[in-house]
Design a binder for this molecule. Structure first.
Ligand SMILES: [Zn+2]
Length: 421
């Protein structure tokens, strides 16, 4: 059935794109730059041979639509933009896999598939220049905060609305992109894992359960500065002691609940070698796929901070920095993704995603969504050493194509799945 699918062509096209848009430091397809626009022009040219309707939406996303017998649309999404000095696969793999799948569907159904199939190249997923990721997909989902976006500036002082105008996008109207989802019935995204889980399991592919929720807080312990020579140990109010105990405690907290916790920064005052620390501020970042478990991790951290503050005879205060709800992907689509992977390479694994993706926005917008991950070598991304074995890339394209096929059938006959939400 998939006789015309050619995963090797996808790998060749990824290399072609790399030759066009990478330099010796890695991928340079930063959104709104000439290189990014050149990549997008190249993409349009790749799809020229197919009878697609192509347009840029109100948020700068490009949509390639193959009309089907039904208006209900299966969406395949990716992003062509990269971070500066980025890797060759982040984002571009899913776009180019989508290109190959459009070719397959077009040839299999003689240009008229049972449902409409649309490839979307999201604008500025990485947020590398303006510091805010998921621009195009969050405008489309309706979650973009326009006031915040209006004030975003790059390092050169250029405002986001001005950069958008250069590509024909009026920020005030960006959320009109939402109408692209009018007939959206499912959203699929293939991505490199960007972490070491599949590598450690020695598996090429995995089905993604959803994206982590985040609780990020600053915790400050308040003690008393005192001379390091004249103050006996039992008379100290040592803010650093309490903070240091937190550093150890987050490991059992994460282990108990199955999430991840990070203390990413620590600053002390007065911060001199001859004084007990008066104030110690640390940041705590906690992530979990399950909202109640995330709440428990936070409650455990609060209880531990209180305990360590008491033990060290100091006070503790908390300041919230960021809160993101976990996003769960669609049950039926996760099962189809698992099946597609097992049929392609024998074994599958379900795993959560640490990073956010455009798929999170589609799920938040209510579109049944799933992602497929392919193993990342070194577990590294956003770096020119980002890589995936070529046989794994080919398996990824083949399995993702199978998932597309299964999803089209699922859309054709949703009543056979009681869990369709
Ligand atoms: Zn990405």
């Amino acid at each position: 059935m998939c006789a015309s699918l050619n995963p090797k062509r996808t790998v060749a096209e990824l290399k072609e794109l790399r030759a066009l848009t990478d330099d010796e430091n890695g991928a340079q397809r930063v959104a709104f730059t000439k290189t990014w626009l050149a990549a997008r022009a190249w993409l349009r040219q790749k799809l020229e041979a197919l009878p697609l309707e192509i347009h840029q939406d109100a948020a700068g996303n490009t949509w390639f639509t193959l009309r089907g017998r039904s208006d209900r649309a299966l969406l395949i999404g990716g992003h062509f933009d990269s971070v500066p000095n980025g890797g060759w696969l982040d984002g571009s793999l899913n776009v180019l896999a989508g290109v190959e799948i459009l070719r397959r569907i077009h040839s299999q159904f003689a240009g008229m598939p049972p449902v409409t199939v649309r490839l979307v190249d999201w604008a500025d997923e990485e947020g590398a220049r303006f510091g805010k990721s998921l621009f195009g997909s969050s405008a489309c989902s309706g979650n973009l905060n326009l006031d915040e976006a209006r004030a975003l500036k790059d390092n050169g002082g250029i405002l986001l609305p001005d950069a958008l105008r250069e590509i024909g996008v009026n920020l005030d109207r960006a959320k009109e992109s939402r109408k692209e989802l009018d007939n959206a019935a499912a959203y699929l995204e293939l991505h490199i894992e960007q972490g070491p889980v599949l590598l450690d399991l020695d598996l090429p592919l995995g089905a993604v359960l959803g994206t982590f929720g985040v609780e990020r807080h600053a915790i400050t312990f308040h003690g008393q500065a005192a001379h390091s020579g004249s103050t006996p140990m039992n008379r100290r109010k040592d803010a650093f002691l309490a903070a240091a105990n937190m550093g150890r405690e987050i490991y059992p907290i994460a282990a108990r609940h199955g999430g991840v916790c990070t203390i990413g920064s620590c600053s002390t005052s007065p911060g001199i070698v001859t004084s007990v620390v008066e104030d110690c501020r640390i940041t705590l970042d906690q992530r979990h796929l399950d909202a109640p478990a995330l709440a428990l991790m936070l409650a455990d951290a609060r209880a531990a901070a209180d305990r360590f503050a008491r033990d060290a005879n100091v006070r503790v205060s908390w300041e919230p920095l960021l809160r993101i709800e976990p996003v769960l992907f669609h049950r039926d689509l996760i099962a189809l993704c698992d099946d597609a992977i097992s049929e392609t390479c024998g074994a599958s694994r379900r795993l959560p995603s640490g990073p956010l993706h455009d798929a999170s926005e589609m799920a938040r917008a209510g579109v049944p969504t799933v992602m497929m991950f392919v193993q990342s070598l070194h577990g590294i991304s956003h770096n020119k050493i980002e890589d995936t074995r070529e046989p794994h890339l080919e398996l990824a394209v083949a399995a993702f194509d199978k998932l597309t096929d299964k999803t089209m059938r699922w859309l054709d006959n949703p009543s056979s799945h009681a869990t369709h939400a």
